[in-house]
Design a protein around this ligand. Structure first.
Ligand code: TYD
Ligand code: MG
Length: 455
């Protein structure tokens, strides 16, 4: 029988290739293709069930043990994103662009955990110990009982962790780690994967929580294989727009809490300051109500956050008009423009459209649809919405408006910030809106008629 051909698999996206290549055609990752033993016919590939293995011990779903206590750092914005404090033996990945403030955030968080009584170890693979100490000094953290090391050799780090047995170990960053049993350069997919695997295994075996810092590539993914995100319990992204002081720590995956939970920080001269009332911050630059500006009452994780959605619509000089979006999904904008044209007969052909979430915030909820439509219409018609008004609701392709979750929280937050009216889909009313006037709209046409006099 012919020997089966070898098979090559991309460790980043899982695509299968006939031969090895330096770059995966499917996902564009470099140096991610590895050879895998093919499933051959023959004795080795006989079904596993054919020979007996060991029976594994089974149990019920009921647990006698109470859930492990979580440790709070006292940095509320950080604790919330973790799902209410640090879970013992958990593995957390914090991703973000270079220079966004990951090292600053984690040094502050580590110091906070250490001050709360947790034995903490901080390993920097990127900066010398003296540099980290200087930063700690500047941030007023020099007295926190954190053990600091500067090292990239994973074997030495694991030995140190095994001796010291800290409750929390921070590794800054996973791309600088080097496992001497893997034959490729630090930062390569194989190295990142091996380092992550070793550290996560260590965390589970020894009960140490590990926080891994990971750099993000231009297209917004943690540099290295996607599998790293699967290996850890929690994936947090630290994001922010250049030129803005706000930084948002967002849980994109969390086995111990809500995904999409956010913590908001502001980068100051003395480190990251917590922002306890993000809505006030995101709306702070908003002056008089202007055409094209709409306040969206959104939900991020478990927390309501108000943001300003801004649109600008101008005659285009281009054959294909511009559609420029910052902080929202471009595809969603196209859909909303198409619905406005098809269901309300309001065309945007020949018009450039610029859409933006103020303050560098990113909004991904479908509930923002109606606010986006309102901003587009307001800009196009040059009519401002009443300043005391917030908007939320999902638009379906038929032009109908769908109620969205957590109406009560949205209304409460709006009221807290001095708004008195909410424009929302019909059937939204579920109480909680004391002091808020709810203007319910069945569909987009009704909304257009109401706000802009029949469009
Ligand atoms: P850093 O934490 O080194 O980023 P990362 O680890 O994500 O690469 O942060 C670097 C930036 O933060 C740097 O441009 C300076 C700025 N910064 C402040 O504005 N204030 C501060 O107190 C600190 C420590 C940094
Ligand atoms: Mg750093």
């Amino acid at each position: 029988m012919a020997k089966p051909a070898p098979q090559f698999t991309c460790t980043a996206c899982g695509a299968v290739h006939k031969k090895w290549a330096g770059r995966c055609d499917a996902c564009g990752a470099w140096n991610s293709i590895v050879e895998e033993a093919p499933l051959s016919a023959g004795p080795a590939a006989r079904s596993l069930g054919a020979s007996r293995g060991r029976a594994i011990p089974l149990g019920t779903l009921a647990t006698e043990e109470p859930p492990p206590p979580r440790t709070l750092s006292g940095m509320d914005e950080f604790d919330r994103v973790l799902g209410g404090g640090l879970v013992p033996a958990s593995a957390i990945l914090v991703g973000g662009d270079p220079g966004i403030g990951k090292s600053t955030l984690l040094l502050q968080a580590t110091a906070a955990f250490a001050r709360a009584g947790l034995p903490c170890l901080y390993i920097s693979g990127e900066e010398a110990a003296a540099q980290v100490r200087m930063r700690a000094q500047r941030l007023g953290l020099a007295d926190a009982p954190v053990q600091l090391g500067a090292e990239t050799n994973l074997r030495d780090i694991l030995t140190t962790l095994d001796t010291e047995r800290p409750a929390l170990a921070v590794i800054d960053s996973i791309q600088t780690m080097w496992a001497d049993n893997v034959e490729s350069a630090p930062g390569s997919v194989a190295q990142v994967r091996a380092a992550c695997h070793e550290l996560v295994t260590f965390a589970k075996r020894r009960g140490t929580s590990v926080i891994l810092v990971g750099h993000v590539t231009k297209d917004g993914q943690i540099a290295g294989p996607r599998v790293v995100e699967h290996m850890v319990d929690t994936v947090l992204y630290f994001e922010g727009e250049r030129g803005h002081q706000f930084r948002i720590l967002r849980a994109v995956k969390n086995r111990f809490g809500a995904a999409d939970e956010i913590g908001v920080f502001e980068m100051t001269g003395s480190g990251l300051a917590q922002v306890t009332n993000p809505s006030a911050l995101f709306l702070s630059e908003r002056g008089q109500s202007t055409p094209g500006s709409v306040v969206f009452a959104g939900i991020e994780g478990t927390r309501p956050v108000l943001t300003e959605i801004q649109a600008l619509v101008a005659p285009s000089t281009l054959g294909t008009p511009r559609r420029t979006v910052v902080g929202l999904d471009g595809g969603r904008l196209s859909t909303i423009l198409a619905v406005l044209e098809a269901r309300c007969a309001i065309p945007f052909a020949g018009l450039d459209v610029f859409l933006n979430v103020a303050g560098g915030m990113k909004v991904s909820e479908p509930a923002a649809d109606l606010a986006v439509a309102a901003a587009l219409l307001s800009a196009r018609e040059d009519v401002a919405l009443p300043p005391e008004c917030v908007v939320f609701g999902e638009i379906s392709l038929s032009g109908a408006l769908r109620p969205v979750g957590q109406t009560e929280n949205r209304l409460k937050e709006a009221r807290k910030l001095g708004f008195s009216t909410a424009i929302a889909p019909s059937r939204s009313k579920i109480g909680g809106g004391e002091g808020m006037r709810l203007r319910e709209m069945p569909d987009l046409t009704a909304f257009v008629g109401d706000m802009f006099g029949a469009g």
